[in-house]
Design a protein. Structure first.
Lengths: 248, 350
């Protein structure tokens, strides 16, 4: 099992606030890895640092062996490392299909191909398949901004799949989703991993979801790596329990 | 599906009307030519301001450099530009152009204006298109004003006293009619280019940047290059429009004609908003209505025409910000190909 993403001693401070302190972790190819931690523990900051949104203060981030900590956001995305946002982000005034079509992988396409028509049958067919996959096929011609929050979240997931990433980093994929749909979503995440071969790195607050989903879990607290291990190890780690329950 | 036939008929009717207009309204050649230039102004503004969501108040920059580039080529091919402008900004009795010279000047000047407009857009776009929202808008405003002042201080092109466009030889006939067809042709080309762009993935990318630029970046779209390309398209087309404008007005004043931020610069935004931002026909309709109103104000409210125009601008922006087609799209979404939700939400298929 080769490491797809290697984060080594990464630090990031905003003024006096140390959001990430010498964090090291590894996401092996083909796995589902979880990232948990109390609010404000630096999970989303770490995600943003990895995808190039925040320049890191120190350390190294390697994707498939290549140093990416100096690359910019779109360059990293084109390597096949994609993230979704905690505050769902979709293109609100465009239809779901248009959202999907423009999300089609740019990794395999040059700038000139932007001047090809929007109605490439292969792209449209794949877009419809992915919308069907997340259960939004019936909504494909609606404006994305008119969908409910949960549906927008599913659309964002479908857009990410449309991009055919190698590693997909999901920031709280089940937050705001109707509890009855959560099992369906877990199933879809697992299938994206197994069928499409997409490695997943997931921030999640819902313990039932992450314990069910991930093979390996990292736990952050106060910007530092607190624990790492299998779901069972994490569940029984006294440090993790303290961090969540506030004991000292 | 008989809609495409109706559409083709509609386009054909418009083209015929455009081609016949100088004969139908022989007294209004200049105003009609200006109308087509306004269509170009509004369409190119909307490509960046409406479709991409980058409100620019400095697109007169490209009109201005196009105006000067074309005039300098028209003169410079046959005379010394410095000597030309030194003689009352282009003395028509000393510097004469025969038919061949005049047409050559236009044939060279307009493409050069296009190239210069495009290059200026790439140059400044690469610098300032990293800014967003209000910062971009203010910066473009500054660019337009600064460019006007720079040209107003440049002796070689006549500085503040401006320069005349080459005087058309008498033998060439009604020069305004020729300029009308150039403006009409440019408007048709502009419409076709932008309409085509909006059917490509590039058009979707522009909308994606408008809706959420951070997301577009995170999905790997080369946003900077897309933005600069869109502005460059606007710059090329506006450069040509500037070349035509200079010849239409016969005299190039750096502040009032070339880099006319207070008039053309504001009007192009207003026309796009009036017709409906982010639509293909909105800017065309907006330009037509605006040009008619403007001419009516200038004819019947002379002395108060700017007050009336200013009042209209305020009324449109305050009470009608979504524009004519924007309003129609909200009222009749189905006519614009939008669906509205009728079915209940469905769980993911198992």
């Amino acid at each position: 099992m080769t490491a797809m993403l290697e984060v080594e001693n990464v630090s990031k401070a905003f003024g006096g606030v140390q959001a990430n302190k010498t964090i090291s972790l590894t996401v092996p190819e083909g796995e589902i890895v979880g990232l948990i931690g109390p609010n404000g523990s630096g999970k989303t900051t770490l995600f943003s640092s990895i995808v190039g949104q925040y320049p890191i203060d120190g350390g190294s981030i390697r994707f498939e062996g290549e140093e990416i900590s100096t690359l910019r956001v779109p360059q990293i995305a084109r390597l096949g490392l994609l993230r979704t946002f905690q505050q769902t982000r979709i293109y609100g005034q465009m239809t779901c299909m248009q959202n999907m079509v423009i999300s089609a992988s740019v990794r395999k396409r040059g700038f000139g191909e932007l001047f090809h028509g929007q109605h490439d049958p292969h792209v449209s067919k794949y877009a419809e398949e992915m919308l069907e996959f997340v259960g939004l096929y019936e909504k494909r011609l609606l404006r994305a901004g008119s969908l409910s929050f949960g549906q927008q979240k599913l659309l964002e997931f479908a857009m990410a799949l449309m991009n055919e990433p190698k590693l997909l980093m999901l920031d709280e994929p089940t937050a705001g989703i109707n509890p009855t749909l959560i099992n369906g979503l877990i199933d879809r995440l697992k299938r994206a991993n197994a069928q499409f071969g997409i490695t997943l790195f997931v921030i999640e607050h819902n313990m039932r979801v992450i314990m069910n989903l991930a093979q390996h879990i990292y736990c952050l607290a106060h910007g530092e790596l607190l624990a790492a291990g299998t779901p069972d190890q994490i569940r029984n780690d006294p440090n993790v329990i303290d961090a969540y329950l506030g004991a000292h | 599906m008989n809609v495409p036939i109706q559409k083709i008929a509609g386009y054909a009717a418009l083209l015929v009307f455009g081609a016949a207009a100088p004969y139908l309204f022989p007294a209004y050649h200049a105003q009609l030519a200006e109308l087509w230039l306004f269509v170009v102004f509004a369409l190119t503004w909307d490509l960046v301001g409406g479709q991409m969501g980058y409100n620019s108040f400095g697109n007169v920059l490209f009109v201005g450099v196009g105006t000067y580039a074309c005039a300098v080529m028209q003169v410079g091919l046959f005379y010394n530009v410095g000597a030309y402008t030194a003689s009352d900004g282009g003395n028509a009795t000393i510097f004469t152009f025969n038919v061949a010279q005049y047409l050559t000047g236009l044939a060279v000047g307009l493409p050069v204006a296009a190239v210069i407009g495009g290059l200026v857009a790439i140059f400044f776009g690469s610098i300032i298109l990293g800014m967003r929202g209000h910062y971009f808008a203010i910066c473009t405003l500054g660019l337009g004003v600064a460019a006007g002042q720079i040209f107003a201080g440049w002796e070689w092109v006549g500085a503040g006293s401006g320069m005349s466009s080459p005087n058309a030889p008498a033998k060439i006939g009604d020069i305004t009619q020729l300029l009308y067809y150039l403006a009409f042709g440019l408007a048709v080309i502009t419409f076709a280019v932008i309409r085509w762009l909006l059917t490509t993935r590039f058009g979707l990318a522009l909308n994606a940047i408008r809706d959420d630029e951070d997301k577009a970046e995170a999905m790997g779209l080369p946003t900077k290059r897309i933005k600069v390309t869109a502005w460059c398209v606007a710059g090329i087309l506006l450069g040509v429009s500037g070349g035509i404008l200079g010849n239409l007005k016969r005299f190039i004043d750096p502040i009032d004609v070339a880099f006319a931020g207070e008039t053309y610069g504001v009007w192009m935004v207003l026309m796009a908003i009036l017709g409906g931002k982010g639509t293909i026909w909105g800017p065309v309709i907006g330009a037509a209505i605006f040009q008619v109103l403007k001419e009516v104000f200038w004819t019947y409210l002379l002395g108060w025409q700017r007050v009336a125009l200013g009042l209209m601008i305020v009324l449109i922006v305050v009470f009608f910000p979504q524009g004519i087609l924007g309003w129609a799209r909200e009222k009749f979404p189905e006519m614009f190909g939008h669906r509205i939700d009728r079915g209940p939400a469905r769980e993911p298929a198992e």
